[in-house]
Design a protein around this ligand. Structure first.
Ligand code: PMT
Length: 220
């Protein structure tokens, strides 16, 4: 496909959870399945884009035509994203549910249990989306926001704070939508407007999002 609304464009999409190791057998993660990000990557290929998909550990088939770059931790996601943007990127879409914190130390041997309570010291992870958006050569950047309350306010705050061109707000408090499910409902915000999409399949939301992103990224 070379004639779609994204033909000639290079996209980088992050998807899935990250996995932050505690010791050789344990890690911290979340419920992201990667479905939203993989659906977006497929929709972007269908729209004619060249797509790099940076994915945390998921159990989904690789979408046809996508350059898949698997990662595990948040730090690896940042490295892979920076490299992909260095290679040339017009549009950056962050759907990944990145762990905000990682264990301060990785225990090289399995941690043994005792009869005492135990605590784990966590340190902040780097923010891939904010790092890409802050580059002098920043692409058109689209963030996602998974929220459970005050969705519109938190999402628009995040768009301004992270200097994004668009943000896709997900109300993850609705059962059957958001994390892991096949369906979703979102509200997309850009500086001058917004549009609600769904509830519907992640595939059809992805197709609508790609059309909106193609349209808005052409205006700047
Ligand atoms: O994977 P699925 O099961 O299909 O579920 C899809 C989803 C619910 C995970 C997805 O639609 C979604 O909402 N993703 C964002 C999840 C999130 O936790 O966002 P956040 O509010 O923590 O982060 C805001 C934005 O910054 C996101 O675009 C995120 O990718 C990015 N980010 C956050 C932290 C970090 N260290 N690096 C980042 O790039």
């Amino acid at each position: 496909e070379t004639t779609g609304p994204l033909s000639g464009k290079r996209l980088v999409v992050t998807a899935g959870p990250t996995r932050e190791p505690i010791d050789p057998v344990r890690y911290i993660t979340n419920h992201s399945s990667g479905k939203m990000g993989y659906a977006l990557a497929s929709a972007a290929v269908a729209a004619g884009a060249e797509v790099v998909l940076i994915s945390g550990p998921v159990s989904l088939a690789v979408p046809a035509g996508v350059d898949l770059r698997p990662v595990s931790t948040a730090q690896e996601m940042l490295e892979a994203a920076s490299k992909a943007v260095d290679e040339g990127c017009d549009i950056f879409i962050a759907t990944a549910a990145v762990a905000d914190y990682r264990p301060e130390v990785f225990a090289s041997e399995k941690i043994k249990k005792t009869n005492d309570n135990m605590s784990l010291s966590l340190v902040r992870n780097p923010d891939t989306l904010a790092t890409i958006a802050a580059r002098a050569d920043a692409p058109f950047t689209v963030g996602f926001a998974a929220e459970t309350t005050d969705v519109a306010r938190y999402a628009t705050d995040k768009m301004q704070r992270k200097k994004l061109n668009m943000i896709v707000a997900n109300d993850v408090s609705v059962p059957g939508l958001g994390f892991s499910s096949d369906r979703n409902a979102v509200t997309v915000f850009w500086p001058e407007g917004s549009e609600s999409i769904g509830p519907e399949s992640k595939q059809s939301i992805a197709a609508r999002l790609v059309a909106l992103i193609a349209d808005h990224s052409n205006r700047i």
